[in-house]
Ligand binder design. Structure first.
Ligand SMILES: Cc1ncc(COP(=O)(O)O)c(C=O)c1O
Length: 404
């Protein structure tokens, strides 16, 4: 007898994209010496002063760090924000900044605090609280939303929408149950930069419903053209209610292993966040915050690193020449390539590994199925240009050879 009921769609795979990639590639031997363009881990030179600052600060390892961060680090973050953005007023380092153990744990745990505040202050009228994320997205957003007991609602992004969620998706019905919106500019993986007007509209929609805008700005300094990405705090103006900017030294200063970042913005939210962090979050060792202070005071290494990213994208512009629908992104350090002609992201990742020893991430691993039931990123691969110029040239050459 034929099945009357179609089989249920498989559940979303919530594991890390890199765990899934390791599983995909494990049965296959690499055809050449392995070369990874999978993880977005900057390999540029770290600032030259890191070792000296650490050596001077060793005594700090003998103390438990305070949850909010050192005065010096919070002042450095506030000072950097004032220099980098056209802020309506300076950030209050005491009330409007907290140190984070990298932006990832901050984005995750902020979701839990947002849900608690929303439960105390808002009436969802029996509807399921939601958090909104762009599709594709950084995995910590969905992990945070779901740990907070919210529905993770994905907002499609397409080439036509400039790779940012269409603001028309923010209907009053959806916003009435929205606790927070996550947005990244520049975006990972597509590198889209949100305009100030776009960010202002997101913030307006959040404020109208008492929701928070979690603005992931960790790629803020990796811009590849003349356009400097706007920050949510400059867009918010004098009153930063509902606005939270997350940033770290991982991409800006090529220090992903330092695990040092910050969140800045809405003081009322940060008060509740700090109370949570005193019992639940990883602190940041004081010597690492000292490195953060020095790194935030120096722009020379940031400019050198950005110039190197630009040179790598100049190379990609020449070598890819529009293939795979490639267009130079506004920021970030990823290629986001349509490989449907090679059978889609998983098939292309397998082929590149088998024939070229090149590791790239299938785009579908960074996204979820949309209302059509299909994963809109299955056709893509993400390629991280994080190594030096010569290695990135090799990545591009292998990509072209493997997908020829
Ligand atoms: C979009 C995005 N947000 C946040 C992070 C977290 O970075 P970190 O925790 O090192 O600051 C990453 C790291 O790859 C990322 O790509």
């Amino acid at each position: 007898m034929p099945h009357a009921v179609p089989p249920a769609a498989p559940a979303e795979d919530r594991r890390s994209p890199f765990v899934r990639l390791a599983e995909l590639l494990a049965p296959v031997a690499p055809g050449r010496a392995p070369l990874s363009a999978a993880v977005g881990e900057p390999q540029h030179a770290m600032p030259p002063f890191v070792g000296d600052v650490l050596a001077r600060s060793l005594a700090g390892f003998g103390r438990y760090p305070r949850a909010e961060g050192t005065k010096a680090f919070r002042a450095a973050a506030a000072g950097w924000l004032s220099r980098r953005y056209a802020l309506a007023r300076p950030v209050d380092a005491e009330r409007e900044v907290l140190v984070l153990n990298g932006s990832r744990e901050g984005l995750f745990s902020a979701a839990i605090v947002a849900r608690r505040l929303a439960d105390a202050r808002r009436d969802f009228g029996g509807r399921r609280p939601a958090m909104l994320l762009p599709n594709p997205f950084y995995a910590a957003y969905a992990a945070g939303a779901e740990a907070a007991g919210c529905e993770a609602v994905i907002l499609p992004t397409t080439m036509d929408s400039g790779w940012l969620p269409d603001l028309a998706a923010l209907t009053p019905e959806l916003m009435a149950r929205t606790v927070a919106i996550f947005i990244a500019s520049p975006a990972n993986p597509q590198g889209a930069i949100a305009s100030p007007a776009y960010l202002a509209e997101l913030l307006r929609a959040c404020r109208a419903h008492g929701a928070y805008l979690f603005s992931d700005e960790c790629y803020s300094e990796v811009y590849l053209g003349a356009e400097k990405p706007a920050g949510i705090l400059e867009v918010a103006g004098n009153d930063v209610t509902g606005a939270l900017a997350f940033n770290s030294l991982s991409k800006r200063s090529s220090l992903p292993g330092l695990r040092c970042g910050f969140v800045a913005g809405d003081a009322d939210f940060l008060k509740a966040f700090l109370a949570f962090r005193w019992v639940a979050a990883p602190q940041v060792p004081e010597p690492l915050q000292e490195v953060g202070v020095a790194a935030l005071a120096d722009e020379a290494h940031v400019i050198a690193s950005r110039d190197l990213y630009k040179a790598k994208f100049d190379l990609a512009d020449r070598m890819l020449d529009g293939r795979f629908s490639y267009k130079r992104p506004g920021g970030g350090f990823f290629l986001w390539l349509d490989v449907s002609a090679a059978g889609g992201g998983e098939a292309a990742a397998l082929k590149l590994w088998r024939d070229e020893g090149l590791r790239v991430v299938p785009g579908g691993y960074l996204a979820r199925r949309d209302l059509t039931g299909a994963n809109p990123c299955d056709a893509y691969v993400r390629v991280a240009l994080v190594q030096d110029l010569a290695a990135c040239e090799e990545v591009l050459a292998r990509l072209l050879a493997g997908l020829a």
